[in-house]
Design a protein around this ligand. Sequence first.
Ligand SMILES: NC(=O)c1ccc[n+]([C@@H]2O[C@H](COP(=O)([O-])OP(=O)(O)OC[C@H]3O[C@@H](n4cnc5c(N)ncnc54)[C@H](OP(=O)(O)O)[C@@H]3O)[C@@H](O)[C@H]2O)c1
Length: 337
Amino acid sequence: MDAVNQQVRLAARPHGLPKPGDWEMTEEPVGEPGEGEVLIRVDYLSLDPAMRGWMNDARSYIPPVGLGEVMRAGGAGEVVASRHPAIAVGDHVTGITGVQEYATLPGDAVIKVDLDLAPLPVYLGTLGMPGMTAYFGLLEVGRPQEGDTVVVSGAAGAVGGVVGQIAKLKGCRVVGIAGGEEKCAHVLDTLGFDATIDYKSEVVVKELRRHCPDGIDVYFDNVGGEILDAALANLNRHARVVICGAISQYNATEAMQGPANYMSLLVNRASMTGFLVFDYADRYAQAAREMAGWMADGRLKTFEDVATGGVANFHDTLLRLFRGENTGKLVLQVSGA
Ligand SMILES: NC(=O)c1ccc[n+]([C@@H]2O[C@H](COP(=O)([O-])OP(=O)(O)OC[C@H]3O[C@@H](n4cnc5c(N)ncnc54)[C@H](OP(=O)(O)O)[C@@H]3O)[C@@H](O)[C@H]2O)c1
C-alpha cells in the first residue's frame, strides 16, 4: 500500500495540562497486515479523560504509554486489508488503534460493528466503552432501586449522560451536576434528568441538600475533588458511591485532593467502590444489545461531539475535555478530515 500513516507520539511526560511540545508528529509508510492481523483506516478516535493518566509513569490498571510510542487511543474505522478469517475488507471495527491514521491490529483484538444500527462514532460512545462504563458502573456497583435518588457528576459528558438516562429508566429520581447553564439545560431538557446543579455558579453542597431532601442513595462520581466531598456530605443510609473517575484531579501538579467527608460512609453505613469497566468485557455484547434496544425505542439518547482536523488536531481536541468544552462523547474525525 502506498499510503502514508500520520501518527502522534508521546514525546515528553506532561506536568499538569499537556502542552503541544509533549507530542511529536511522525509518519511511516502503511504496511501490510501479518497472519491473523487486520489493517484499519482509522475514521474516528475516541478522546478520553483516562488518556491523561496513561501519560504518567505510574503504576495503574494499564502500563503507561512509553516515551516515543504512538499515543494510546480507542478508534473506529474500516478494514482495508485482512489476514484474519472472520474479518473482511470493508468491515467496520473498533479497537485500540492509537492516535494515527492507520492501525495494524490482531483481528482477535477488534470488535466488528454494524453501521445499520448506529453510525461509527456511537460505537466509541454510548455503544462503546463510555456506554459500558455507565451501564456496569451504575447497575452493578451503584445497584439503583426504583425510587432511589441518584446523583451523577459530569452529567453532560459521555458517561454521565448515559448514567442518568439509565437511572431514569430504572425508575429513579436523577440529579445531574454539570458546568454551565447550557450544559444544565441539555441535561434537564434533552436527557430528561429531574434536576441539575451548575457547579460553576451554585454551591453544590447546598443544592444537593435542596434537591435530595432524603439524601443520596447512589452517587456516580466522574469528577472527584470538592464535588465528591459535597456528595459525601449528603448521603442517605446504605448509599453506594461509585468511584468512576476524578477528572478534576487528573492534571493536578500537587497531591490529589482526597475526600475529607469520608466519615459519612461510617455514619450512613454507606460504601464507596472503585470500578473499572474492563472487568466487564465479557458482558459488553449483551449490554450493547440492551442499550441499542433502548436507543431504538427512544428511551436512550446518544450525543457525540465530533471534532475535525485529523490527528494533527489531537492535542487541542484532548484539552477540550479538561476545559469542559464537550457535550456528549468527544471524538476526533480522522479520515476525510
Ligand atoms: N472507571 C472506568 O472504567 C472509566 C471508564 C471511562 C471513563 N471513566 C471516567 O469517567 C469520567 C467521565 O469520562 P467521559 O469520557 O464521560 O468524559 P466527559 O464527561 O465526556 O468529558 C469530561 C467532562 O468533565 C468535566 N470536567 C472537566 N474538568 C472538570 C473539573 N475540574 N471539575 C468538574 N468537572 C470537570 C467537563 O464537563 P463540565 O463542563 O460539566 O465541567 C468535561 O466536559 C472521567 O473521570 C473518566 O476518567 C472511567
